[in-house]
Write a protein of this length. Structure first.
Length: 305
């Protein structure tokens, strides 16, 4: 049985904390409202800040199935919503012809029945689910084109899918919808109007330290402080792609695998490929630049005592 929805902002914050998701009250508030109002939650922010994780947290804490639609350029209805099993339909036609006495009207009706319908994530999300209304994650919507975005308007307005040969499938209990975007392009206002919006920013140093403590608890305390300080300083640099929380956690794990207890320039330079994903950024930070940031972080730590 799915768990009841949180009854307050504080319960929503506790729900996130239960799954070790560190969030500010602003996120807990908009999430609470989205759940209570039955509105999709539209999350924008840089890659790696934890947008997708929110849908996973909801699935785990509310006990509901997670249905994920990973968006990409060229995504179409056949991949996202439904398609017909044409091979099985062809076999059915051949078998009917071989048996003779084909009733064309009956055969046509049967060919476009549910047993030949292949449900993709969106259709699956509006169908009845054994575990209750699911969490529908539409991930990285900005990677699709505007035509697919326009198609989503019906889904998000009425929580239904219209299939010309079959009819309209409407959700008995609307799914909890989470949409994410890395803002590589602007999403149309018509879709945003159907959602509650929240910008997911990089966490503060305090919150990022708490995330690190929860997710990678075996990192030494001194290394944790220096590591978070370094990443926070790195995000203020002119980089092609600043490291997200996911990269920070990977880097922390890598450093503990190397038995590091504190940052030093050689160690940072050797492991920048875990934290940064573009060669120009790695080249910019290697050597003296890494030492400058480390010295700055350590000086700041000493000043705050």
């Amino acid at each position: 049985m799915p768990a009841p929805l949180p009854a307050s902002i504080d319960e929503t914050a506790a729900l996130l904390a239960k799954a070790d998701y560190v969030a500010g009250r602003d996120l807990a508030t908009v999430l609470f409202l989205a759940l209570r109002m039955g509105r999709p939650l539209f999350l924008e922010g840089e890659a790696g800040v934890g947008k997708t994780e929110i849908a996973k947290v909801l699935s785990a804490t509310l006990g509901r199935p997670l249905i994920r639609l990973q968006c990409y350029e060229g995504l179409d209805i056949a991949s996202a919503v439904y398609e017909w099993n044409t091979m099985a339909q062809m076999i059915e036609i051949r078998l009917a012809e071989a048996g003779g006495g084909v009733d064309r009207a009956s055969l046509s009706s049967d060919l476009f029945s549910e047993r030949f319908l292949i449900a993709r994530p969106i259709l699956e999300a509006v169908r009845p689910q054994a575990g209750g209304a699911p969490i529908l994650l539409i991930d990285e919507l900005d990677r699709t084109d505007e035509a697919f975005e326009a198609y989503l308007l019906e889904v998000l307005s009425d929580f239904q899918v219209t299939i010309p040969e079959f009819g309209t499938v409407k959700a008995e209990s609307p799914p909890i919808v989470v949409i994410t975007s890395n803002r590589t392009r602007e999403i149309h206002d018509a879709l945003k109007r159907r959602c509650l919006y929240h910008w997911v920013d990089y966490p503060s140093a305090e919150n990022e330290l708490e995330i690190l403590r929860r997710k990678v608890p075996h990192v030494p305390a001194k290394l944790s402080r220096e590591l978070v300080g370094f990443v926070q300083a790195l995000r203020r640099e002119d980089l092609f792609k600043s490291p997200g929380v996911a990269e920070m956690l990977d880097w922390a794990t890598a450093l503990t695998e190397l038995d590091a207890v504190a940052l030093d320039p050689a160690l940072v330079s050797d492991t920048l490929g875990v934290l940064l994903k573009y060669q120009d950024d790695i080249a910019r930070l290697s050597g003296s630049q890494a030492k400058r940031l480390i010295d700055s972080v350590k000086a700041g730590a000493q000043a705050h005592g």
